[in-house]
Design a binder for this molecule. Structure first.
Ligand code: ZN
Length: 265
């Protein structure tokens, strides 16, 4: 009988051989492979990192955090709220943010706190950073949830709030509760709406200043291919309290770019 440990090693060797190559690079786990796996109910190619499970949007978020924020390099402890934590991020975020990192979910068991995001049981301006991805499309009163996120976010903090954008204009109908109808209209049995590009306006309705970043804003064409940032990755909705902070953020980025160019020259 082959021991479990040996079986596991053999599986790893087989996987390494199957995906051997440098055509793709996952920035989340820093591993190369020949390809990203196909994934999804409607299957998408170039999607799943076989090493850490990161999907297109996770790789985009990681790159955004790396290139447009100091989250990956700052030594400061952060009070960070992570809703419905993804496995590929949780350990890494906890390490980066420090003891102030908090995972939350209404239903999942393995989180730090059970939380209804339309009624967050924390004081105003508790968190320096909030990350919530592909959750709001499940929430009936998404504006209330966005308003709550803004309330508990520090004045100088940021929130990355992502949803799938799949419609020309946001469509919702609270009277539709039949899972089959929801699947047909909203793309998934437990989605309560399909968002359009006007999603940013909904965030603004909740009081956020929103800056939307496309992959091309901070990645080269070859990086987009190599890191599997396909259309399914979407865009980054970076939310803060005020325009001034966005201006400061942009100025800081421009200064960083200028310094990088100087170093490169
Ligand atoms: Zn990975």
């Amino acid at each position: 009988m082959i021991p479990q440990r040996v079986k596991s090693s053999l599986r790893h060797i087989k996987k390494t051989a199957k995906y051997y190559g440098r055509e793709r690079f996952c920035p989340v786990c820093s591993q190369y492979s020949s390809k990203f796996e196909t994934f999804g109910n409607v299957t998408r190619s170039d999607a799943l990192c076989i090493w850490c499970g990161a999907l297109e949007r996770h790789r985009l978020v990681w790159l955004f955090l790396q290139r447009k924020t100091d989250f990956l390099t700052s030594k400061q402890d952060l009070k960070m709220l992570h809703i419905a934590p993804e496995a590929c991020f949780e350990t890494r975020f906890r390490l980066l943010a420090g003891p102030g990192y908090l995972t939350a979910d209404l239903f999942a068991e393995k989180v730090d706190v059970k939380m209804d995001i339309t009624d967050i049981g924390y004081a105003d301006e508790t968190f320096d950073a909030i990350y919530c991805s592909h959750v709001l499309e499940h929430v009936s009163d998404d504006i209330k949830a966005m308003t709550e996120f803004r309330r508990v976010l520090n004045k100088g903090g940021w929130a990355i709030l992502l949803v799938p954008i799949s419609a020309a204009q946001t469509i919702e109908d609270p009277t539709i509760t039949d899972p089959k109808e929801r699947l047909k209209l909203f793309g998934q049995e437990d989605h309560v709406r399909s968002y359009g590009p006007d999603y940013a306006d909904r965030l603004r309705t909740a009081g956020f200043e929103v800056n939307c970043f496309s992959p091309g804003d901070f990645l080269s064409e070859s990086e987009i291919v190599q890191m599997g940032i396909t259309k399914a990755a979407g865009e980054i909705y970076f939310c803060q309290h005020s325009v001034d902070q966005i201006c400061q953020f942009k100025q800081q980025q421009e200064e960083n770019t200028r310094l990088q160019r100087l170093v490169a020259d």
